[in-house]
Ligand binder design. Structure first.
Ligand code: SF4
Length: 305
């Protein structure tokens, strides 16, 4: 296999990590690079394993998104799952995730399997919290299958254009990654982006930024007119839906945000074409900062206590 090249490609999550802590950003995109191999120095492998860690809250979202993706792919492939089968399969996988992380088996294939920060760091967790997480997954998968948008997709599977496809495209001076939960044709020359939300309410700014990037993709890469892009957020935790038009203003704001963000990221590089970053250029947050308490990299940073 050809060597992978570490490129600076903008994404929403990269931008969030950059804003959260410079050192966490360095570990995520540079200090852990190559750690999927066992033949790397221990600090790189450790950072890679830490980068892969999840938490119960994040994992609920991952598992429910996986159930939605599989459910829609099966609808499109005319092999739909019924609700009880979907719940059974999802919960079996969820329990396997917990067990694989608890025993440490997940480290055999850290790239593909689930490892919890709670286990890695020995965080005290009441056993009932794991059962509560499983119950929340079941509740949300049932909510998904009963949701009117999900049911509507089942009635018009031919309109599904994309499900969780990782797309890479150019915006100004940079490449960008984005993956839409579901992209549907609206039947009138426009598109509807469906975004499942599984956690607490998201800020309007965050939603607008994400939608703007999706809008760039739909207009620039698919040729959809700017006034024909609509987005629906379906919050499965609270059973709430919101619809947004993604207009020229949101798209332009996203272009500006991407350009400004990538400029800041490049300014910290020692070698921009080579995408070379040195750890000392990415400071840790001050000692005692609450961000360290739950950070995945606190072992690499020697900030465990
Ligand atoms: S432990 Fe603290 S300093 Fe280190 S990466 Fe995490 S937030 Fe940043």
């Amino acid at each position: 296999m050809a060597d992978l090249i570490n490129e600076l490609v903008w994404s929403h999550s990269r931008s969030r990590t950059f804003a959260a802590c410079p050192r966490a950003y360095w570990y995520t995109y540079y200090g852990s690079w190559g750690g999927w191999s066992r033949d790397v120095p221990a600090p790189i492998r450790d950072a890679y394993v830490q980068k892969k860690l999840t938490t119960r809250a994040m994992w609920i979202g991952t598992v429910v998104h996986g159930a939605a993706e599989e459910g829609i792919r099966r609808i499109v492939g005319q092999r739909p799952l019924d609700l009880e089968a979907a719940v059974r399969t999802t919960l079996t996988r969820a329990r396997n995730d917990i067990e694989g992380s608890r025993t440490g088996d997940w480290l055999q294939r850290a790239a593909k399997r689930t490892g919890f920060r709670e286990h890695y760091y020995g965080e005290p967790v009441d056993p009932s919290a794991w059962e509560a997480a499983i119950a929340e997954i079941e509740r949300q998968v049932r909510g998904l299958y009963e949701n009117r948008i999900f049911r509507r997709i089942g009635q018009v599977p031919g309109r599904v254009m994309e499900v969780e496809e990782l797309r890479r495209f150019r915006v100004g001076s940079t490449e960008v990654y984005a993956a839409l939960d579901v992209l549907m044709a609206d039947g009138n020359g426009g598109v509807v982006i469906i975004d499942w939300k599984t956690g607490e309410a998201h800020s309007n700014d965050e939603i607008a930024a994400q939608l703007g990037v999706y809008g760039i993709y739909a207009t620039q890469e698919l040729g959809v007119p700017t006034d024909r892009v609509k987005a629906m957020h379906v919050n499965l935790r609270h059973a709430v839906e919101t619809t947004h038009a993604v207009g020229p203003a949101a798209i332009e704001a996203a272009r500006e945000e991407i350009e400004a963000g990538v400029t800041q990221m490049r300014e910290k590089l020692r070698d921009v074409p080579g995408n070379v970053a040195e750890r000392e250029d990415y400071p840790m947050v001050p000692e005692g900062d609450s961000r360290c308490r739950w950070c995945s990299f606190r072992r690499s940073c020697a900030r465990e206590t």
